[in-house]
Design a binder for this molecule. Structure first.
Ligand SMILES: Cc1cc2nc3c(=O)[nH]c(=O)nc-3n(C[C@H](O)[C@H](O)[C@H](O)COP(=O)(O)OP(=O)(O)OC[C@H]3O[C@@H](n4cnc5c(N)ncnc54)[C@H](O)[C@@H]3O)c2cc1C
Length: 391
């Protein structure tokens, strides 16, 4: 079978890209190895991803509405509400169970005119546009890897670059009986700091939540997934107060070394998008937003089929991800929390607007200056605040 595009992987990025391309008149085959989507990580959405949800008509019925995020550190906490962003267009997002979310993305792709071939991609010859799968060979004008963190094509072409600084691991599961306390609004994501790491609590409603821990190499937790998970909860009174009566309902899942990028995102006959191109770090829940916004602008560049369009796409895609990247570095130095927890009289309105706009994912609108400004100035602000505290 020959298509204009063969996309490797029908996750959110692949389905959105396929839908835009098919609606633009191209023939698209998505190759997907997992017939029934699993409860994978990537469950907390950001409001600015909604431009893609809305344009493609994703069904969000039943997902818990998310209005903000709570950050906790040693008994102190701060809540950010998306309504406080700089000129917000979208003031809420959703928390999604990925087995449902991914299925709905596949429905969007199919109803837009894509074909989904259930098979595993095992090889590709980009020069001839041939993709080898467990169900036989496919031919394409262009191959796009949207297959996620394995970065299969990037690895194969020698483009994958491991991150020099972020070498983290994670353990996650799903629990029931999770409590909402203090300043949390239903639907808020809660992030709790522990030494060398952090815990996420992503509620789905009715006390059900995704719970996990991300650990940097300096985190003292060792042992099995269960040991590290339980150890993390014991290190955080903030998490423990929400989870003490909760029970685990899914097996633990371990993930490691998930931060990497590609030296280029496109070339003759191929492109990379979503986690298959670059994945930074999950602390600000930016993964799906970056994949969907990257897919939206990649489709426009591919439909016009000009190398300069693809170069401009890659540059803009990297710049948006780069804003998150800067703030993620400030997260792991402690600067983000120093600024976020600043006393009320030191919270200049532009601090908050910048932080909230960033948490909402507003990194692809050139008119929004506050997230970039915040990303650039966070270290300096944190230094000033620490100086005042110690004076
Ligand atoms: C610990 C952790 C927590 C996270 N939390 C969040 C969060 O809260 N919010 C958020 O937005 N993001 C989060 N992320 C990131 C998020 O999971 C990803 O950014 C997002 O899923 C990327 O979507 P994608 O479509 O690019 O890739 P994926 O969702 O990984 O989809 C890739 C698809 O390709 C298929 N595939 C792969 N290889 C092949 C092959 N060889 N042949 C055929 N099919 C193949 C897979 O089965 C899958 O369906 C988190 C990541 C981590 C590590």
């Amino acid at each position: 079978m020959t298509s204009d595009f063969v996309l490797i992987g029908a996750g959110p990025t692949g389905c959105a890209l396929g839908a835009y391309l098919a609606r633009g008149g191209s023939t698209v085959t998505l190759v997907e190895s997992v017939e029934f989507p699993d409860s994978v990580v990537g469950e907390s959405m950001l409001p600015c991803a909604r431009i893609v949800f809305d344009e493609l008509g994703l069904d969000t019925t039943g997902f818990l509405v998310k209005h903000g995020a709570v950050f906790c550190q040693s008994g102190e906490s701060v809540r950010f509400d998306f309504a406080d962003a700089e000129d917000p267009v979208y003031t809420h997002a959703w928390q999604v169970q990925r087995e449902v979310f991914d299925l709905r993305w596949r429905q969007v792709a199919v109803s837009s005119g894509c074909t989904i071939q259930y098979a595993k991609v095992t090889g590709a010859d980009i020069g001839t546009g041939t993709v080898q799968t467990t169900a036989g060979d496919l031919r394409a004008g262009r191959v796009v890897d949207t297959g996620g963190r394995t970065m299969w094509l990037s690895q194969k072409l020698g483009l994958r670059v491991a991150d020099p600084r972020l070498k983290n691991s994670a353990v996650g599961t799903r629990m029931r009986g999770v409590k909402q306390i203090g300043r949390d609004e239903p639907g808020d994501i809660t992030i709790c700091c522990i030494p060398g790491g952090w815990i996420w609590i992503i509620p789905f409603g009715g006390g059900m939540a995704s719970v996990g821990v991300v650990m940097s190499p300096t985190c003292p937790l060792r042992g099995s997934s269960e040991d590290r998970f339980n150890g993390a909860m014991a290190l955080s009174p903030d998490a423990w107060s929400r989870l003490q009566d909760a029970e685990r309902i899914l097996p633990f899942r371990g993930l490691q070394d998930f931060t990497a990028s590609s030296s280029t995102f496109h070339g003759e006959g191929f492109a990379l998008c979503g986690d298959a191109a670059t994945f930074i770090d999950p602390v600000f829940s930016s993964g799906v937003l970056l994949g969907l916004c990257g897919a939206r602008s990649l489709a426009a560049a591919l439909l016009h089929d000009s190398p300069s369009g693809l170069n401009a796409w890659e540059q803009a895609y990297r710049e948006g991800a780069g804003v998150f990247r800067k703030v993620i570095d400030h997260w792991y130095t402690g600067d983000f929390m120093a600024v976020a927890l600043a006393p009320a009289h030191r919270q200049k309105p532009y601090y908050r607007r910048g932080i909230v706009s960033l948490l909402a994912g507003d990194v692809y609108n050139p008119a929004r200056t506050s997230p970039r400004r915040m990303a650039d100035r966070m270290g300096e602000l944190a230094g000033m605040l620490r100086g005042e505290k110690n004076a």
